[in-house]
Design a protein around this ligand. Structure first.
Ligand code: ACM
Length: 262
């Protein structure tokens, strides 16, 4: 399966321009599945909940999401993208799995990071795995990395590839995701952004270094920090079916959940 990510620098608040940039970049790419960063249409560093709502998308009536669906139709492929999702008067930090027939699933980030808690609502949908061309895809968003329950749940539901749109500002996630893949024997594609959101209320700089990790914990590729990168590679999702780390240790069958009551 040909998979990859597009690491770029969204311009804060320029939803139409960011969408055009994504469509132009992905139009040139030959891959079955491409993962984009968190909040890739709007930018990240919102001032407050009102501003977030103004820059968010109702996925059922969004020209921007529709142009990604049209791209998937044209290329006959799949995109995972992080976006600010408007749902009535709430806004979620969501990730959409999009294909040629439209939106397949929307995941709403369960674990909001720092000031996101002032601007968005925490996710209210269960973790789900969805099939594309027979391959099982799970989604998590950025800071979910710090909650190993998320990747564990997705893996136990059968995910072969975890798609992980991100806007990372700390330096821990890229290394931590190697453990998430190793302990669950799954692939993970972390698509991070680079550059800064310079806002009147402050500046945030994002760390880039988007990456793909194998079920054995091998770093297949990591991009540089502050440069655009579109990386595509061939992987074998079936490698995620082997949960043995030694011949006596199946990482799923060896679990002792009766002792994990917390
Ligand atoms: C993050 O969750 N965007 C750090």
């Amino acid at each position: 399966m040909r998979v990859g990510f597009y690491q770029f620098r969204p311009q804060f608040g320029k939803v139409a321009a960011n969408t055009r940039k994504i469509v132009a970049a992905l139009d040139k790419v030959d891959a079955e599945l491409i993962v984009l960063p968190e909040l890739a249409l709007s930018g990240y560093y919102f001032k407050n909940a009102e501003e977030t709502l103004l820059l968010s998308e109702d996925p059922k009536r969004s020209n921007h999401i529709d142009s990604l669906i049209n791209l998937c139709k044209k290329k006959n492929n799949y995109i995972v993208i992080g976006f600010a999702e408007k749902a009535k008067d709430k806004c979620f930090n969501s990730s959409a799995l999009i294909g040629p027939k439209g939106i397949i699933h929307i995941y709403r980030k369960l674990h909001l990071f720092n000031e996101e808690k002032l601007c968005m609502s925490p996710g209210d949908t269960p973790l789900e795995v969805n099939e594309i061309n027979g391959i099982k895809i799970g989604m998590m968003v950025c800071f979910d990395w710090a909650f190993p329950e998320v990747s564990r749940t997705l893996a136990m539901k059968g995910a072969e590839i975890i798609c992980h749109p991100s806007n990372l500002v700390l330096n821990f996630c890229q290394q931590a995701m190697i453990s998430r893949c190793l302990e669950n024997r799954v692939y993970a594609i972390t698509a991070n952004r680079f550059g800064s959101d310079n806002r009147p209320h402050g500046t945030l700089r994002f760390t880039g270094k988007s990456q793909i990790v194998s079920p054995k914990g091998d770093l297949i590729f990591r991009a540089v920090s502050q440069r655009e990168a579109c990386y595509i590679t061939d992987i074998n999702p079936a490698e995620s079916h082997d949960k043995f780390i030694t011949k006596h240790n199946d990482l799923f069958l060896d679990r002792r959940p009766e002792y994990y009551k917390c």
